[in-house]
Design a protein around this ligand. Structure first.
Ligand code: ZN
Length: 246
């Protein structure tokens, strides 16, 4: 297989400013052959249509997230808090027929290179959060590729399985993680709504030539996103949350 570089973007959450900043950063770092989008393109944020429009221009492999699913189906809205559910109904009203088509083409689980790609977990691709070593442990049997990439928690982390021992390491920006012989579950954090206390957009680049998965953090104009959240009548709490990185 030719060596490839991939940019891995999860949980964009209708934040076009963060998405554009990340794509500029990808360019600045020499570009990639393909984008992998780990779901939740929409939900929470003010720019569902713009984000899909931007992604459409790229060579992009997308899996579906719970917000993408719920925006399309207007289904399971009762499993969200009231702000999220309100934004999901609003999101549906913002999507064109092409946007809906784009979102509904995404699979819930796919394999690329050495990776299984899902939004939540390999066991429950739309809904399960891999939030702990014990949940990670239960999920290792559910993929057959060497590694699995997930999103959904909005926290950049890697879980590693050595024999029966599972360990985790929080990912730091610019530090490359060398993917070796042991199975791993990797999370690149969130582009549009980080929840690790750092408001900067989070994403990763994987370089198959050297087998390195590297996290990057990108500052972006939070004020313009806050103004669009206000301007479109979306819950103000969603703007303050972005500023706190939670
Ligand atoms: Zn999400």
């Amino acid at each position: 297989m030719a060596t490839m570089r991939y940019a891995i973007l999860a949980d964009i959450h209708a934040n076009a400013t963060a998405l554009s900043a990340v794509l500029e950063d990808v360019d600045y770092r020499g570009g990639v052959d393909e984008l992998w989008c780990l779901g939740d393109i929409v939900g929470f944020g003010p720019d569902p249509h713009d984000c899909i429009e931007i992604l459409r221009k790229f060579n992009c492999v997308c899996v579906s997230g719970n917000h993408d699913f719920s925006a399309l189906e207007q289904n399971k809205l009762s499993s969200y808090d009231s702000d999220s559910a309100m934004v999901l109904s609003w999101t549906a009203s913002q999507l064109t027929a092409e946007d809906t088509q784009f979102l509904s083409q995404a699979k819930i689980k796919t394999e690329k290179d050495n990776f299984t790609l899902v939004h939540g977990s390999p066991r429950q691709p739309l809904w399960e959060y891999v939030l702990s070593i014990s949940i990670a442990r239960e999920n290792f049997p559910y993929f057959t590729t060497p590694y699995c990439i997930v999103g959904h928690t909005h926290v950049p982390i890697a879980y590693k399985k050595e024999g029966s021992t599972i360990s985790s390491v929080l990912l730091s920006e610019n530090i490359g993680l060398i993917l070796g012989d042991v199975p791993m579950i990797l999370n690149p954090g969130s582009v549009g709504q980080p929840r690790d206390g750092d408001s900067r957009a989070s994403y990763a680049i994987y370089d198959s030539a050297v087998g390195v998965f590297r996290l990057h953090r990108v500052p972006y104009d939070l004020v313009s996103v806050r103004e669009r959240i206000w301007g479109k009548g979306l819950p103000v709490r969603l703007a303050s949350r972005l500023e706190r990185g939670e």
